[in-house]
Design a protein around this ligand. Structure first.
Ligand code: COA
Length: 233
């Protein structure tokens, strides 16, 4: 049990969090978490932030907005992508597979490779640049370089084959693992940081609120339709 007075010695949110978690954390790990949290705190109108704004716009409460945002964040096309990345790295490692062959197999089955592509960035996600460096430095300094090495091979292949860049989630998977973070905690650790962005958007929404209510374009069959009894369908 870590005492509160020990936690209070922490010099930043990341430091306090790591002391609470590990007691006497490696300063390099604290620096990595601090850098990651700084880069992940806010990112415009991404899916989870938009979710928080929609909930807020109904004048529901901030707890509901954040809870809904977490639900959106955990999806594998959003913040949950790093879990999927690490599952792939683990499978490659477990089976002694060639990372490039493994990814070729995914593409042959028309699967998206988690950790690549972005709706907004057409060049490299600037956060990925820092995560790549962290993954490499932490991996090599802790004797767990294999996760970075698998990731680098995958990245080089996807860059040349699909002209797609790594996004923030790709190298956060190996970075998190090297920091000793379990896969089930990947999204919660992301959420610890992004809650700052969500909260700012909630405040901004409330400062000039109007219900967010998009219209939908109906593209189904038009009237008149013939009624078919249930038993005949
Ligand atoms: N792996 C393989 N191909 C990908 C890809 C990926 N990760 N991301 C995009 N593509 C390809 C698509 O197959 C499509 O090719 P096509 O035009 O030949 O069909 C093209 O790039 C455009 O993809 P699309 O899905 O329409 O882009 P989008 O803007 O709707 O999607 C993402 C953006 C992020 C949802 C998408 O890139 C993706 O699913 N990435 C993996 C999940 C992920 O890492 N999410 C975290 C984002 S920070």
């Amino acid at each position: 049990m870590i005492s509160q007075s020990r936690v209070d010695q922490g010099t930043s949110l990341a430091d306090r969090f790591m002391i609470r978690w590990q007691g006497d954390p490696d300063p390099a790990h604290v620096k990595a978490i601090d850098a990651y949290w700084s880069s992940a705190a806010e990112h415009g109108m991404n899916a989870s932030t938009f979710t928080a704004r929609v909930v807020t716009s109904t004048l529901s409460d901030v707890y509901s907005a954040v809870t809904a945002a977490i639900g959106a964040l955990k999806g594998p096309l959003h913040g949950g992508a790093n879990e999927e990345v690490f599952k792939i790295l683990e499978e490659i490692d477990r089976n002694g597979a060639d990372p490039v062959e493994y990814i070729k197999g995914m593409l042959a089955q028309k699967q998206k490779v988690p950790g690549f592509g972005h709706r907004v960035y057409t060049t490299e996600d600037p956060r990925a640049t820092h995560l790549r460096r962290m993954s490499r430095d932490l991996g090599y300094s802790s004797g767990q370089a294999k996760w970075f090495d698998y990731s680098k091979k995958i990245e080089e292949f996807i860059n040349s084959e699909k002209k797609l860049n790594a996004n923030v989630d790709f190298y956060s998977a190996s970075t998190y693992h090297t920091l000793g973070i379990d896969i089930d905690l990947f999204t919660p650790i992301f959420a610890v940081s992004r809650i700052a962005g969500w909260a700012a958007h909630v405040q901004e929404q409330l400062s000039d609120n109007r219900l967010i209510r998009p219209r939908a374009e109906y593209i189904g069959p038009t009237y008149p339709q013939k009624y078919i009894p249930l038993e005949s369908r």
